[in-house]
Ligand binder design. Structure first.
Ligand code: UD1
Length: 424
């Protein structure tokens, strides 16, 4: 297995370019299943384990894919299997994204039920509710969801989500674009990843109004075309890199971004005392002498993202004062706290809130990644800890951060990837 070995203490400086967004690539790749015509060319797709797993799933269904230099080509004309097997779904919950497009194009789909995940239960009831509203008949047996559209085609409907869900909104959208008639999605997720999916579907010929808002209106059509498309930047990666600069007392520029999508995060950096400068496509962050404790509450976009919560917690271990971290999306997403405390942080969990007492001097040791963003948080802590921090099980990190150690090293961090045996 791989680990990251970090010698903390270097202030980061320089410029780095954001990669393409993982969380928008996944629904965009799934949406290629909606059209059997021609070949899609998708640019700025990050080379990540999750993307590889997802293309494997498409290959399993019969699609042809080729991935090189962040450009993915996909032809879905030969898709003939409508079954997403457990072996692939268990590796990545986002595999559920094939449900909507398969059902919309073929009138049928069978997808293995995803399991739980490291930070609590992650139901898919809203995905199923949306498919049922569109007329699908759903049954769950032997660990599989089987969905069928009577007569082979879904019908437009009004779908109102009781809770904002990125994945369920994406699935509903992909199902609705080929449904007969009009669909309204209320309380839709307005995350940039869904906005990007709307742009992609619209480029394919879909008729969608309300892109970027919580109310989407979709006029179903009979068929969609293949297109060439450039993906959006990864706002979570960009935010993580800025946090890496802030935790080391450094100053960096991240370019290739749309700063507006980072607004809630940048606001918190400013509150914490950082100087933030924006251009049309870059953000520069300069750290203060002393960081100021700053509370956050993770909520759906445009609020502070849950996927930046763990990294913010790491940052607050170096801030003067007490900060409170609340996550309203995943109430129990605190697996990283015991590991941060092992590095010397003082964080209590009180009633679904992490209370961070800072600043604390961290000192390097071995720490274990438990999920994607928890790993990023531990890397940040390692960058400021005295001595050497070994972040084990970095396969979690590799699911979502493209060349993270190369990027951090280019900014001056002392970080290297090494092999290790789990029980050494
Ligand atoms: C996506 C992101 C993930 C991010 C999350 C929230 C991808 C691949 N993953 O996950 O990184 O942390 O958005 O921004 O894009 N819920 C239900 N029933 C459902 C679906 C969701 O109750 O059927 C709940 C979830 O438990 C959670 C909330 O809704 O509390 C939001 O989850 P959701 O937005 O669906 O997350 P994902 O799309 O799985």
């Amino acid at each position: 297995m791989d680990k990251l070995v970090i010698r903390g203490g270097n202030r980061l400086a320089g410029k780095v370019t954001a990669s393409g967004s993982k969380n928008s690539s996944l629904p965009v790749i799934a949406a290629t299943l909606l059209s059997g015509q021609g070949c899609f060319t998708l640019h700025r797709i990050p080379d990540l384990q999750d993307i590889r797993t997802f293309t494997q799933l498409l290959n399993h269904l019969g699609a042809e894919t080729s991935f090189s230099g962040n450009t993915l080509t996909v032809s879905t004309g030969n898709v003939e299997s409508l079954l997403a097997p457990y072996e692939l779904v268990k590796k990545m919950r986002a595999s559920i994204y094939v449900l909507g497009p398969l059902l919309a194009r073929f009138g049928e789909a069978k997808v293995s039920l995803p399991g739980g995940c490291a930070f609590g239960p992650r139901p898919i009831d809203l995905h199923l509710m949306a498919m049922e509203k569109l007329g699908a008949e759903i049954s769950i047996e032997t660990g599989f969801i089987t969905a069928k559209a009577p007569g082979g085609r879904l019908n437009g409907a009004c779908i109102e989500f009781p809770t904002s869900s990125v994945g369920a909104t994406g699935n509903a959208l992909m199902a609705a674009v080929l449904a007969r008639g009009t669909t309204t999605i209320l309380n839709a997720a307005a995350e940039p990843e869904i906005e990007t999916l709307c742009f992609f579907l619209s480029a394919m010929g879909a008729r969608i109004a309300g892109t970027g808002t919580t109310e989407l209106l979709i006029e179903g059509i009979d068929s969609l075309s293949s297109v060439e498309f450039t993906n959006v930047f990864d706002r979570i990666e960009a935010g993580t890199l800025l946090a890496a600069a802030a935790i080391t007392g450094g100053s960096i520029t991240v370019d290739g971004v749309e700063p507006e999508q980072l607004r809630s995060v940048l606001k918190k950096f400013i509150h914490a005392g950082c100087t933030v400068t924006r251009t049309e496509d870059s953000v520069t962050l300069a750290s203060p002498e002393t960081l100021v404790a700053t509370d956050i509450t993770a909520k759906p976009y445009p609020s502070f993202p849950t996927d930046m919560q763990a990294q913010w917690t790491a940052l607050m271990t170096q801030a003067e004062g007490t900060s409170r971290i609340t996550d309203k999306v995943y109430h129990e997403r605190f697996n990283h706290i015991p590991e941060l405390n092992r590095l010397g942080a003082h964080i209590d969990i009180i009633k679904n809130q992490a209370v961070v007492h800072g600043p604390r001097k961290l000192s390097g040791t071995k720490v274990m990644s438990t999920d994607l963003r928890a790993s990023a948080c531990l890397v940040l802590a390692g960058l400021v800890a005295e001595g050497v921090t070994d972040v084990l099980r970095v396969y979690h990190l590799d699911r979502g951060y493209e060349k993270i150690e190369t990027k951090l090293a280019s900014l001056g961090a002392e970080i290297a990837r090494e092999k290790y045996r789990e029980f050494d």
